[in-house]
Unconditional design. Structure first.
Lengths: 242, 306, 307
C-alpha cells in the first residue's frame, strides 16, 4: 500500500437505517488504487450493507460516498458499473437459464469498458471453459461464484467489492483465488473484501477495518487487530469467533 | 448476425409467404385472420413474459385500447384505416406508459394488477357516461372502412414485424439483457444493464403490437362491443398458446398457435364451455407436466430450438 | 349518508369473509389462488341447490359448503401442490395453474348449471330471500321486513351475512391463536423456511389452511346471491379481483387484517354506489392498482429493490 496515492473511494460518516435499526452508523474509510482492504466484523455489523450502499443497491440515509472524485451515494447501480464499480454477491445470482457464455456476454455488452478482458480469457482464467455453453443453473456453487466474479470483471471495474467470495471454497481453490485477487490488485484495481475466513483475509489484505454495530472500531493490519482488546471483545463476545 | 438471417429466412419468410398466399386457396378467411391475430398476440406475450418475466393477465387491455383507438379516429375524424391502425398502436403505447408503474410489482402482484387494469379500461370505455366518445356499452359500427382483405394483409405485416422483433431479441445483446433482467434484476444492474429502461421498452413493445393487432381487428370486423375487444379470452389464449409452445423462443409461440388454435377450430365453435373446460385442463396439465412448453421436449434431448 | 355508512359496514364485514380465505392461503403457501372467486361461485350454487332441490333455508348451505370445500381443498392440495413446488418457478406457475383450475370450474359449472339457469336465478333469488325471512322471523311471511338500524331499514340478508362473517372471523381467530394447528399455521406464515427447518409438517399445515381457506370462500359464496343480486358461473373472475383488492387493502399474509380491509372496502363501495354510481364498476380495479402501487412495502417485500 502506498499512502501517497489518492483514494479512489472515500466513505464519510455513512448512515443507513432499516426501520429503527442503524445498519451503518457513521462509517468512514477510504481505499486507494491497487489496495486490498478487508472489512471484518461479526454478523450484522454492517459489512454487506456498506457494500450494498457503495454499489448503489441502497441509497445512504446520511453521509457521503465519493468515487473517483464524484459523489456516488444513491446513484443507480448500472451507472456506478459504468463509472467503474462492481461487486460479487454473497449468494451469487447468475442468470440461471442463460449459458455461462451468455452471462458474461451481457456484462460485456452493457457494462464492458475499453480494455475489458475477452470472454475466452475470462472463461480460461476462472476455470469455466468446460461449462461455457451450459446453463448457469447447472453450475455448482463454487463455479457460480466464479461466474459472478467474471460478470463483475467483464465490466473492468476500478473498484471491486467481494462479498464472501471465499466461503465454501476448498483450501486448494482458496489459494488459487487468493493469487487471482492479488494479481488483480497488482493491475491497479482497488479491492474491498468482506470475509469471515480470517486466514484468507490475512493472506490477501493490506489493511483491515473492523466493524461493529455499523461503526469502525479498528483500522490497521489484521495482525495488530487481533491483539486489540476492543476487537477481541467484539469477536469473543459475539457468536462468530473465528 | 448469421443466426438472425437464418431465422429470418427459415422461420419468418415461410410464415409470411404461407399466410400471404393461403387466402387464395382457403376459403375461411376469418379463420386465417384470427390465426394471424393470435400469432401477433402470442408473440407479444412472448416479448413481455418470455423475455421479461411479467405475466400479462390483462394483455387484452392493449388490444381493446387499439381497437377503440381505431374506432374513435374513424368515427370522429374519418381517418383512413391504415392511419387509424397506427393511432390504435399509439393509444396502446399511451396506456402502456400510464401503466408503467405496474412494472414495480413482481410475480402475482403484477399479473393481478394488470388484469385489474384491463378490466378498469373495459369499464371505462363501456361506461354509458362516455357514450359521446366511445358509444359506451352500445358498441361501434365502422362500415365506412370495412375492407377485410386490406385488414388481413395489414395483420400479416404486423405479424411479420412482431416475429421480426422476437428474432431480434433472440439474437441480440438486447434480448440477452432482457432475459438477464428477468432472471435476476440486481445482478443485471451489476452487469451494467439499466433494468428500468429495458423493462419499459419491452412493455411498450408488447403493448404496441397488441394495439396494432386491436386496431386491425376493429378494421376487419367493423362492428363490435366493448366486451368483444376486451374479452379476457384474448389474454388467456395468447398466454396459453405462448406457454404451450414455449416462451423465450421464436418458434414456441408459433407452434403453440398453429397447434392449439388449429385444434380449437377442428372441434368447432358451438359450445364454448367445453372449450373452456379443455383449455382449463390443458393449462393445468401444461403447468404440471410440461412447464417449459413443447419446445422443452426437444431441448431436453439436447436439440437446439430457435 | 347514514344509510351508506351502515350499509358499507354490513357489506364490509361480508367482504372480509370474501377475502379472508384468499389471504389465509396466500399467507401460508405464498400462492395466489386465482380460483378463489370460483369457489365463492360454487358456494353460491350450493345455496341455490339447497333451496332449489331441498327447498330449505339456504343457511343450511353454510355448514354443507364449508365441509365440502374443506375436504375438496385438502384433496386438491395433495394433488396439485407437491408437484408444483418441485418446479423451477413455483410462484409464476401456481398463478397459471390456479387460473387453469378457475377456467375448469367455470366451464364445468356452466355445463351443469347451463346458461338458462342464469336467467332464472334472479327470480329464484327473490323467493329464497322470502324463505329466509320466513324461517328467521317466526313465520311472519308478510311482516318480515327490513331490519332497522339507526332508524333506517336494511335487507335482512345483509345483516345475516354480516353476522355470519363476524362469527367466521372470530372462529378463524380462535383457530389461529388457540389451537395447536393454528399456532403452527402462524409459524409457517411468518417464516416458511424456518418452519421447515424446525421440523413442522408444513404440508399438513398448508393443506389444512388451504382447505379452510376454500371452505370459508364457499361460505361467503352462499351469501353472494343475496349481496350481489344474482350469480352466474362467470361471477368467479370478478370475485377474485375484488377479493384480492380487499386482501391487499388489509394486509397480505395477515388474515385478520382482512377484516379491516373488508370494512374499508365496503365503505368505499357503498359511498361510490351512492354518489358516483355510474363509475362504481371501476372501484375494485382502480382501488387494487392504487393500493398495490402505494403500499408495496406492505406486500412482504416481494418487489425487486433496486435503487
Amino acid at each position: 500500500m502506498s499512502p501517497e496515492k489518492t483514494p479512489i473511494l472515500k466513505v464519510s460518516k455513512l448512515v443507513k437505517r432499516f426501520g429503527g435499526f442503524h445498519a451503518l452508523d457513521g462509517l468512514s474509510f477510504h481505499v486507494v488504487p491497487g489496495e486490498i482492504l478487508g472489512l471484518v466484523g461479526p454478523n450484522g455489523s454492517g459489512k454487506t450493507t456498506a457494500i450494498n450502499v457503495i454499489s448503489g443497491l441502497y441509497a445512504p440515509d446520511g453521509g457521503e460516498v465519493v468515487f473517483d472524485g464524484a459523489s456516488s451515494g444513491g446513484v443507480a447501480s448500472h451507472k456506478l458499473v459504468h463509472r467503474g464499480i462492481n461487486r460479487t454477491f454473497q449468494v451469487p445470482k447468475p442468470f440461471l437459464s442463460l449459458t455461462v457464455r451468455e452471462n458474461i456476454q451481457v456484462a460485456l455488452a452493457y457494462g464492458g469498458a475499453a480494455g475489458a478482458p475477452s470472454i475466452a480469457e475470462l472463461l480460461e482464467e476462472y476455470r469455466l471453459k468446460e461449462v461455457a455453453d451450459r446453463p448457469a443453473a447447472d453450475l455448482n456453487s463454487a463455479q457460480q461464484k466464479m461466474l459472478d466474479l467474471t460478470r463483475a470483471l467483464a465490466t473492468r471495474p476500478r473498484l471491486l467489492l467481494l462479498d464472501e467470495l471465499a466461503a465454501g471454497l476448498n483450501p486448494a481453490e482458496l489459494d488459487w483465488i487468493a493469487g487471482r485477487i492479488k494479481a488483480l490488485a497488482a493491475t491497479g484495481m482497488a479491492i474491498i473484501v468482506v470475509e469471515h475466513l480470517m486466514g484468507f483475509i490475512e493472506q490477501i489484505t493490506d489493511r483491515v477495518i473492523v466493524l461493529n454495530a455499523g461503526k469502525e472500531i479498528f483500522e490497521g493490519t489484521l495482525a495488530t487487530a487481533v491483539r486489540e482488546p476492543q476487537v477481541i471483545e467484539v469477536f469473543l463476545g459475539g457468536e462468530h469467533a473465528h | 448476425m448469421l443466426n438472425a438471417s437464418k431465422h429470418l429466412l427459415f422461420i419468418l419468410a415461410p410464415l409470411v409467404v404461407v399466410f400471404a398466399l393461403l387466402p387464395g386457396v382457403y376459403q375461411n378467411h376469418l379463420l386465417l385472420f384470427n390465426f394471424v391475430i393470435f400469432l401477433i398476440l402470442a408473440q407479444g406475450v412472448n416479448i413481455i413474459y418470455g423475455f421479461t418475466g411479467y405475466l400479462p393477465f390483462g394483455y387484452v387491455g392493449f388490444f381493446g385500447a387499439g381497437a377503440y383507438g381505431f374506432a374513435i379516429m374513424v368515427m370522429h375524424l374519418q381517418t383512413p384505416a391504415p392511419l387509424a391502425v397506427l393511432v390504435g398502436g399509439l393509444v396502446a403505447i399511451a396506456l402502456g406508459l400510464l401503466l408503467t408503474p405496474l412494472l414495480r410489482l413482481s410475480g402475482a402482484y403484477f399479473a393481478i394488477a394488470n388484469l385489474a387494469a384491463s378490466l378498469a379500461v373495459l369499464h371505462f370505455v363501456a361506461n354509458p357516461a362516455l357514450e359521446g366518445i366511445t358509444k359506451g356499452p352500445y358498441g361501434v359500427s365502422l362500415t365506412g372502412t370495412f375492407n377485410p382483405t386490406h385488414a388481413y394483409y395489414a395483420a400479416v405485416v404486423v405479424m411479420a414485424l412482431t416475429v421480426g422483433a422476437v428474432i431480434y431479441l433472440k439474437n441480440s445483446p438486447f434480448g440477452l439483457a432482457l432475459q438477464a433482467v428477468r432472471e435476476d434484476a440486481v445482478s443485471a444492474s451489476m452487469a451494467g444493464v439499466n433494468i428500468i429502461k429495458m423493462r419499459v421498452i419491452a412493455w411498450l413493445a408488447s403493448a404496441l403490437v397488441a394495439g396494432l393487432a386491436g386496431g386491425i381487428y376493429a378494421w376487419y370486423v367493423s362492428v363490435f362491443y366493448p366486451d368483444n375487444v376486451f374479452s379476457g379470452e384474448f389474454s388467456i389464449f395468447a398466454i396459453v398458446f405462448a406457454l404451450f409452445g414455449g416462451v423465450a423462443t421464436i418458434t414456441g409461440p408459433i407452434v403453440g398457435v398453429l397447434i392449439l388454435y388449429g385444434i380449437y377450430n377442428l372441434i368447432g365453435f358451438t359450445t364454448p364451455q367445453y372449450f373452456q373446460l379443455i383449455y382449463g385442463l390443458l393449462i393445468m396439465g401444461l403447468v404440471l407436466f410440461l412447464p417449459a412448453g413443447l419446445v422443452s421436449l426437444a431441448t431436453r434431448r439436447g436439440w437446439h430450438v430457435p | 349518508m347514514t344509510y351508506a355508512l351502515v350499509a358499507g359496514v354490513l357489506f364490509g364485514l361480508y367482504f372480509s369473509l370474501v377475502g379472508i380465505g384468499l389471504n389465509l392461503v396466500f399467507g401460508v403457501m405464498r400462492i395466489v389462488n386465482l380460483a378463489h372467486g370460483d369457489i365463492l361461485m360454487l358456494g353460491a350454487f350450493i345455496a341455490l341447490g339447497v333451496v332449489g332441490i331441498a327447498g330449505i333455508d339456504p343457511l343450511f348451505a353454510v355448514p354443507l359448503a364449508f365441509v365440502v370445500f374443506v375436504l375438496a381443498g385438502v384433496l386438491l392440495y395433495w394433488v396439485l401442490v407437491p408437484r408444483l413446488q418441485g418446479s423451477a418457478n413455483p410462484e409464476m406457475l401456481s398463478i397459471i395453474l390456479f387460473f387453469g383450475l378457475s377456467q375448469v370450474i367455470e366451464a364445468v359449472t356452466t355445463i351443469f348449471a347451463g346458461t338458462s339457469e342464469r336467467s332464472i336465478q334472479s327470480r329464484l333469488l327473490g323467493t329464497v330471500f322470502t324463505t329466509i325471512k320466513v324461517k328467521w322471523f317466526g313465520g311472519k311471511a308478510a311482516g318480515a321486513g327490513p331490519i332497522q338500524i339507526f332508524g333506517q331499514g336494511f335487507p335482512a340478508p345483509w345483516v345475516i351475512a354480516a353476522i355470519t362473517s363476524l362469527i367466521a372471523i372470530g372462529l378463524v381467530y380462535l383457530y389461529l391463536y388457540h389451537t395447536r394447528l393454528g399456532t403452527l399455521t402462524r409459524a409457517v406464515m411468518s417464516r416458511r423456511d424456518e418452519a421447515l427447518a424446525t421440523g413442522i409438517d408444513v404440508d399438513r399445515v398448508s393443506a389444512a389452511a388451504f382447505g379452510i381457506g376454500l371452505g370459508i370462500a364457499a361460505v361467503a359464496g352462499v351469501f353472494a346471491p343475496f349481496m350481489f343480486g344474482s350469480v352466474t358461473p362467470a361471477f368467479g373472475a370478478d370475485a377474485t379481483v375484488t377479493s384480492f383488492a380487499i386482501v391487499v387493502l388489509g394486509s397480505l399474509g395477515n388474515p385478520l387484517g382482512t377484516a379491516l380491509g373488508g370494512v374499508v372496502y365496503g365503505l368505499c363501495y357503498m359511498l361510490v354506489q351512492t354518489y358516483l354510481s355510474s363509475w362504481a364498476d371501476l372501484l375494485p380495479y382502480v382501488l387494487l392498482i392504487v393500493i398495490l402501487l402505494l403500499r408495496p412495502s406492505g406486500l412482504l417485500g416481494r418487489r425487486v429493490r433496486v435503487a
